[in-house]
Design a binder for this molecule. Structure first.
Ligand code: PEP
Length: 253
């Protein structure tokens, strides 16, 4: 079965309410003429409600950028998976490199979130990726394996099918330095191999693996045409509807 590519915009901690609504409206409008590709936007928590109202019933899904693993309780400042479902989220980004490296999230914490997201009916977009230092030390595939094993521990095959993996080399995020299609394909191929080893070939062929890291309309098509790249997680270029849709135009379907 062919995998449907997923192009998701990670808006990070950007925009204000009016700009978030305007961007969502522009994406929804342009997405109306797109088929064969899945789109999602991931605004900051506080704009999930207003953006959710704009994308409801459209071809654009709603995603959050993080969540906490506990279902409820005395966890000041945190947001649960069921709260995200309540706002209409389908996806939640987990283990983004900014959360790993700036906020100190570990594979173990990410794994708890992945289980909680799946239990609530969300599809987690789980990010993995090596730093420049790790790549230069020849440790890329070892790091990817470690993050795969840690962040995605204990998932049944049925659960794994609902997960999207995002390979995001840390050195390519927000830097303008994009991985070459060959560098990205190598890691995507390795991730699919890890899935086949742990589960089976059929499941490995079904799970979507996105690439993220300075994806722009100019470099999207070449990346998205690689056999094991199933979409993109887009930061900077997702803040402009035309650029985001320019990336969507490069998707294969
Ligand atoms: C990201 O934050 O997930 C990302 C890929 O950012 P950018 O596209 O800006 O590199």
């Amino acid at each position: 079965m062919a995998r449907v590519q997923l192009i998701a915009g990670n808006w990070k901690m950007n925009l204000d309410r009016a700009a978030a609504v305007a961007l969502a409206k522009a994406v929804v409008e342009q997405a109306a003429s797109v088929s064969g590709v899945e789109l999602a936007v991931c605004p900051p928590f506080v704009y999930l409600d207003c953006v959710g109202k704009v994308v409801a019933g459209s071809a654009v899904a709603l995603g959050a950028q993080n969540m906490y693993h506990q279902p409820n309780g005395a966890y000041t400042g945190e947001v649960s998976a069921s709260m995200l479902c309540d706002l209409g989220c389908k996806y939640v980004i987990l283990g983004h490199s900014e959360r790993r490296h700036i906020l100190g999230e570990t594979d173990q914490q990410i794994n708890k979130k992945v289980h909680a997201a799946l239990a609530a009916g969300l599809s987690p977009i789980v990010c993995v990726g090596e730093t420049l230092e790790e790549r230069e030390a020849g440790r890329t595939l070892a790091v990817i394996r470690e993050q795969f094993e840690g962040s995605l521990a204990g998932l049944s095959a049925e659960q794994m099918q609902k997960v999207v993996i995002a390979y995001e080399p840390v050195w390519a995020i927000g830097t303008g330095k994009v991985a070459t299609p060959q560098q990205a394909q190598e890691v995507h191929g390795e991730l699919r191999k890890l899935l086949a080893e742990r589960y089976n070939h059929q499941l490995a062929e079904a799970v979507r693996i996105q690439y993220g890291g300075s994806v722009k309309p100019e470099n999207a098509a070449e990346l998205l045409q690689q056999p094991d790249i199933d979409g993109a997680l887009v930061g900077g270029a997702s803040l402009k509807a035309d650029q985001f849709m320019g990336i969507v135009a490069g998707a294969k379907f």
